[in-house]
Design a protein around this ligand. Structure first.
Ligand SMILES: NC(=O)c1ccc[n+]([C@@H]2O[C@H](COP(=O)([O-])OP(=O)(O)OC[C@H]3O[C@@H](n4cnc5c(N)ncnc54)[C@H](OP(=O)(O)O)[C@@H]3O)[C@@H](O)[C@H]2O)c1
Length: 247
């Protein structure tokens, strides 16, 4: 498994230089998130791990979601070492497996927690065509289908929380500048199932177009405040091991 941004840069995004001169710690300085509950997908590594750490540090109740529960345990330990009274919980989630997504949402609802913030962040980069069990290209399933399903399963909870608290709930997608390098014409649906049509960067790019379209659709049609952030160039794990520079 490759390195995450946390280990590559010692958790200090300033070391990357221009455009990344403000950290999550700095942005949230003097902010209290007490009473808010957040789900962060992809919390075992990179951007999700850092978001979860800072959300918990500022007082939010944070659900750490990803596939590798043992790594989430390590993240939880790191967070509580820094913030002993942090409210952090682990819930396994595989965005490529619709059964897992539904189980996650049902289990979440059974907890009777509010949901103020859903961070649809988990992601992957596949150098080679990699189909999921359903035969669909893995980046599209992870970034688009999985997050769409998760969001729809939790939509009632987001709206209920907003109605009860009077505080607008929020959904955040992690997009990428790579949306500019999708297949010619935008989304190539053939490339989702046909390895001969697949090129990695374009497939990644089109999955990030999918994130943009999802964020726009959810915000406009379902009337939930939805943001899409585009991080600077960092490292992302690839599906079969190494870390590479994207963008
Ligand atoms: N790094 C960059 O330069 C950059 C730039 C622009 C956009 N982004 C976007 O930012 C997001 C985070 O990237 P990152 O760099 O932080 O990546 P990362 O360090 O590789 O972390 C990816 C996270 O996603 C989780 N994940 C992967 N597949 C999953 C699945 N099927 N179900 C649930 N969780 C899954 C991983 O956990 P498990 O393996 O434990 O499941 C991990 O926690 C991605 O959406 C990426 O496209 C990154």
């Amino acid at each position: 498994m490759g390195q995450s941004i946390g280990t590559l840069f010692g958790g200090n995004l300033n070391s990357l230089g221009g455009g990344t001169s403000i950290t999550a710690d700095e942005v949230t300085k003097n902010l209290s998130l007490n009473g808010l509950t957040a789900i962060v997908t992809g919390a075992s590594s990179g951007l999700g791990k850092e978001c979860a750490r800072v959300l918990a540090k500022r007082g939010a109740y944070v659900i750490l979601a990803a596939r590798r529960v043992s790594v989430l345990e390590e993240v939880k330990a790191l967070i509580t070492a820094e913030t002993p009274n942090a409210k952090v919980e682990i819930m396994p989630l595989d965005l490529c497996d619709m059964k897992s997504v539904h189980q996650f949402a049902e289990e979440y609802k059974r907890k009777n927690l509010p949901l103020n913030l859903l961070m649809n962040n988990g992601g992957i980069f596949a150098k080679h065509f990699t189909p999921t069990a359903d035969g669909i290209e893995v980046m599209w399933m992870t970034h688009v289908v999985g997050h769409y399903a998760l969001t729809m399963c939790l939509m009632d909870k987001l709206k209920e929380t907003a109605a009860q608290s009077g505080v607008e709930s929020r959904i955040v997608f992690t997009g990428s500048e790579a949306h500019r390098v999708a297949y010619e014409g935008g989304i190539n649906f053939d490339a989702l199932t046909d390895p001969s049509k697949y090129t990695a960067y374009q497939a990644y790019g089109q999955s990030k177009i999918g994130d943009i379209l999802l964020a726009k659709m959810i915000g406009e049609q379902l009337k939930v405040l939805t943001n899409l952030c585009i991080p600077e160039t960092l490292f992302i794990h690839v599906v079969d091991g190494d870390a590479i520079l994207v963008n």
